[in-house]
Design a protein around this ligand. Sequence first.
Ligand code: FE2
Length: 302
Amino acid sequence: MKLRSIELALPGAAEAAAFLTDIWGMAPADVVGDIHYLRGSGSYPYLVALEESAQPYVRSTTFVCTADRLEQLKRSVTEAGLPAAPVSSSDLGGGHGIIVELAEGELLRFLVDAAEVAPIEGADLPVKLTHVVFNSADAEATGHLVEDALGFRVSDRTKGMVFVRCNDSHHSTAFARAGFASLNHIAFEMEDLDAVMRGIGRLRDQDMAPAWGPGRHGPGANVFAYFIAPFGPVIEFSTAVNKVPDDYQAGAPEDWTWPAKRIDQWGMSDKDFDGLRAAEEKFRHRRDWQVQPLDVLTEENH
Ligand SMILES: [Fe+2]
């Protein structure tokens, strides 16, 4: 199971795409109708889709998996009683699978047979998405839900977050204990620490300072630099998230504390709590599809 892409709808999709290509460092992939697709250096046809819309919202966050894993998901999602539907992706790369709505409206799409593309060169291109994080009214409940209904695993719990993995990367998503449901941030995997630092430099050239960072997190130990994008959401340059074994022992909030005045390993930057919080409220979840039963394979029709 791998995190592939996020699909957003927003006013000013073309301007947002221009920021992500000209300044953030992504490459244009295609424009189909009023949807702008942006890619990184890796083999996914796109990482971010931006669809023109009167209001900003999250259409979906897309994972790719094997056919066997998809069948497991269909069963576990059906057993959990989550709203879901079979889907055939009309986004770049196609593919088919299911889309699922979690308890607080988060829309996760799982695809198989999605096409990949040849990687491209570029030291300042993001490689891929490394995580998409959501705000939750009840992050603890959502952590349990994604373990039960999706087969994800909670990697660590802190005072602020429930970190969740779907492969050996420490987290591909997380749920922030925010008191409301929305997109918290989108993190791009950069080639290395230098690529993160050069990214910060590109944004400083535009008079944009990090809202938090550079720094190195506790859980996952990834390097980060968060910015508030001109089109609304919080976006992050990141690199070097830890890999964890299957039997990784999930840490509890008391295992992840900081000395006074510290909230990361380096302690070199301030955090714009208010600015980040305001940006995190912009993109809510909106389901624009009808719930349908999933065609779960049973012993009889397997
Ligand atoms: Fe992050």
